[in-house]
Write a protein that binds this ligand. Structure first.
Ligand code: F0G
Length: 377
């Protein structure tokens, strides 16, 4: 039986383990036999005291989506969308991706026994993600150009062939799965909505999905309020943040977007109307961050809290830092930064670490005495 949003009685959620499928009554899969799962969701909401102190914040949390099975938040949407694809009898799935959607789709389609095709911008996908896609046996099409061109090609292909099923965030079932991020945050804070939620924004699916989730919990009277939604983009790939800053109700696409955070290297995000709506309805905002701010935030989170995230994810922390410096967030607010993907996805960052980082250049040779070593430790 489906759960009616107007019915105020919630299912026996308290007795279920936290996960995407805990909220199955609010998800669009009818037949439980169709569910393809790798234990997604249930990611940690980590209170960050050391980083909080540095930023002058008392209640800072990181919702670490890198703890999902393929290392990113994409698994929330993918478990639901692949299960639905199975229910609908689909055999061949397709997506354009900056890497994480591709890695997630490759894993879930392998588990479902479906053929998988991914289109990625040539030379612009982090090594860990390419390894995942290859390992899971997906067909990889490298498109010359950026994500936006890969996406247009994927759309064309699905228009031409009826057997291909598009799994980008335009697919409504992906958004349905991703909204569980908001459900979990609310649950982990004992039904208290945070004041502010900060997310990195690329194509805009995740922030829109989270807003949908918070809205549904408010409609169900599980939560009393909804948070302020703040989207962070990389400076040279920031059409949405720019539209918000200019007070415009349309985006101006960015040609040749560029950032070290390859996951959010997107100049023409398809979900922009929903993102602007979420930001405006929630009285939120958007901000841009530079690559060096992103890299610094990535190291701060790793060295102060033990949480290793990929550059795109660190954008949420870098954005928070900027908002704090300009007093757009208050020290007493409950803030949740969503970190979207695991740091191991992108080992190329090793080359960008400052060589002065402690431990970076410690070499041991046959003639290094223990006395010498002791002196530098
Ligand atoms: N963070 C990471 C690590 C991502 O991989 C993405 C998007 C985002 C943030 C932005 O999320 O697009 O919903 O606004 N990655 C997509 C992909 C585009 O193909 O993997 P969004």
């Amino acid at each position: 039986m489906k759960f009616d949003l107007t019915d105020k009685k919630k299912p026996s959620w308290d007795r279920r383990q936290i996960s995407v499928w805990k909220y199955r009554e609010l998800l669009p899969v009818e037949d439980r036999e169709s569910i393809i799962s790798l234990a997604e969701g249930g990611t940690g909401l980590h209170k960050c005291r050391r980083l909080g102190r540095k930023l002058g914040l008392k209640k800072l949390y990181v919702k670490n989506e890198g703890e999902n099975p393929t290392g990113s938040f994409k698994d929330r949407g993918m478990t639901v969308a692949i299960s639905k694809a199975k229910e609908l009898g689909k055999k061949k799935v397709l997506c354009a991706s900056t890497g994480n959607t591709a890695a997630s789709l490759a894993a879930y389609s392998a588990r479902a026994g479906m053929d998988c095709i991914v289109l990625v911008p040539k030379g612009k996908v982090a090594g860990g993600k390419m390894l995942q896609v290859t390992m899971h046996g997906a067909k990889i099409i490298q498109v010359k150009g950026d994500f936006d061109q890969a996406f247009v090609t994927a759309l064309e292909l699905t228009k031409r062939s009826r057997e291909l099923y598009l799994m980008n965030s335009l697919n409504p079932y992906r958004i349905e799965g991703q909204k569980t991020l908001a459900f979990e945050i609310t649950d982990q804070l004992d039904s208290k909505t945070p004041d502010t939620v900060i997310l990195p924004v690329g194509n805009g699916g995740n922030i829109s999905a989270a807003w949908k989730g918070f809205t549904e919990f408010e409609q169900l009277s599980i939560a009393k309020t909804r948070p302020r939604m703040i989207g962070i983009q990389a400076e040279k790939a920031s059409p949405i943040a720019k539209a918000v800053k200019r007070g415009e109700d349309k985006i101006r696409p960015v040609h040749n977007p560029e950032t070290i955070a390859t996951a959010i290297r997107i100049g023409s995000p398809v979900n922009w109307p929903k993102v602007l709506k979420a930001i405006r309805e929630s009285k939120g905002t958007a901000e841009t961050v530079t690559d060096s701010e992103i890299l610094q935030a990535q190291r701060d989170l790793a060295t102060l809290e033990g949480i290793f995230v990929e550059p795109a994810s660190a954008a949420s922390i870098a954005g928070l830092k900027k908002l704090r410096a300009s007093r757009r967030v208050d020290p007493s607010e409950t803030i949740v930064c969503v970190t979207t993907g695991h740091g191991l996805k992108d080992p190329s960052i090793l080359d960008r670490l400052p060589k002065s980082q402690p431990g970076y250049n410690l070499e041991i040779t046959d003639r290094t005495s223990l006395d010498n070593l002791e002196r530098v430790l």
